[in-house]
Write a protein that binds this ligand. Structure first.
Ligand code: COI
Length: 380
């Protein structure tokens, strides 16, 4: 039996080698090292699937794999439970922690598929590299996601604009308070059934006091502290009546960078403009996908530096046709107002503009309602 499993694994890995690069293999990896401990008490009946917010209820199981003595160990799926580690947990003190955000979608035919999971794996390791965290092998990432979702398949919602949000994360798990890198790390995945993050267009405040990221810093990484560090500025913006902040650069607060936890784009005189990637900007997978689609549709696309003055001026003279945020959680979120120097400048949020066109195209693809010529959907 062991020999047969070994042989199948080998055949599969040879087949994977010949699979086209952009076409994820559809078959599950065979894993002889995965330990699965199913729950005896599902919490699924506590979730109101007709009223899903964002990220509150966590599904029954978690995936965990620990890195010790220079190698990744046993892969375990177990019931969701609190961390076993003590208060010396390194990540709590020094924030050596990165995460990903991705989604699994209920398909029109009842199946389940994940959107571009390999890009999330690549980005997780890119973030980890910046935070001096060892890379997670692709098989561990993909198997962990696939097996976890299979076990919690009933948690993948069926409603309009819903998904199972997937949160792979990597954190330093030695227990000591010396200010040096951890020796042990944990890769874990939790999941949460979610609805839309924003159900209406958002108003954003052009932030000219706080800074999200600086050149040479960790802004491009999905480092936990980037999000924790944004909470105060966001709270202030919310108190002033906005939904989010529109971050500007650290040096002059003169250039636009990101919108809250999303990348940002503008449509000016028919051209889709978005800040060019840099040390300070997250390489969004939704952003990347939208730019690919827009270019295919013949929409002119510019990735460049965008000044606050340019966008404020365009909003005032009518050449700003749209503004929107793009991200896994928010998907595509139209912006209908810019807070700047005490005033709110209205921005059009047309129902037939670029934002809604890409939002609908991505939804059709993600829910399996259209063909997938790029092989972006990884079907379980
Ligand atoms: C995502 O879009 O996945 C994010 O990272 C936002 C999250 C912090 C809610």
């Amino acid at each position: 039996m062991r020999f047969i499993v070994w042989l199948l694994t080998k055949v599969q890995s040879i087949l994977c080698t010949f699979a086209p690069a952009n076409k994820p293999t559809l078959e599950p990896f065979l894993d002889t090292r995965m330990k699965v401990i199913p729950t005896t008490e599902s919490r699924i009946s506590t979730i109101d699937f007709n009223n899903l917010g964002f990220g509150a209820g966590l599904s029954d199981h978690v995936f965990i794999c620990e890195y010790k003595n220079g190698q990744w160990g046993e892969r375990v799926i177990q019931p969701y439970s609190s961390l076993k580690q003590g208060l010396g947990l390194h990540a709590l003190h020094y924030g050596q922690a990165v995460f990903e955000g991705q989604k699994a979608y209920r398909q029109a035919d009842g199946g389940i598929a994940i959107f571009r999971p390999e890009r999330n794996w690549e980005r997780l390791n890119k973030s980890g590299e910046r935070m001096l965290i060892p890379a997670v092998p692709k098989e561990i990432f993909m198997e962990g996601l696939s097996e976890l979702i299979r076990l919690d398949a009933e948690w993948v919602p069926r409603g309009e604009n819903t998904a199972l949000y997937l949160r792979p994360f990597l954190f330093s798990s030695s227990e000591f308070v010396a200010a040096r890198p951890s020796e042990e790390y944990t890769f874990a995945i939790v999941t949460s059934p979610v609805g839309e993050l924003y159900t209406k267009p958002v108003k954003v405040k052009i932030e000219q006091h706080f800074t999200r990221a600086a050149q040479g810093g960790v802004g491009y990484a999905k480092a936990a502290g980037n999000y924790g560090g944004a909470f105060l500025a966001t709270r202030r913006a919310v108190e002033e009546g906005f939904n989010q902040v529109l971050w500007t650069d650290h040096a002059e607060h003169a250039y636009l960078e990101e919108a809250g936890t999303m990348n940002v784009a503008f449509v000016v005189n028919g051209t889709l403009v978005t800040p060019a990637l840099s040390d300070r900007i997250l390489e969004g997978i939704t952003r990347e996908s939208i730019l690919i689609l827009a270019k295919e549709w013949g929409i002119p696309v510019e990735e460049r530096r965008i000044s606050v003055d340019e966008i404020v001026e365009a909003a005032k003279n009518g050449s700003l046709q749209e503004a929107f945020g793009m991200g896994t959680a928010a998907v595509v979120s139209p912006i209908d107002g810019l807070g700047y120097q005490g005033e709110v400048i209205p921005v059009p949020a047309p129902a037939d503009g670029v934002a809604m066109r890409v939002k609908n195209a991505l939804a059709d693809l993600r829910y399996g309602r259209t063909a997938d010529p790029k092989g972006w959907m990884y079907r379980l």
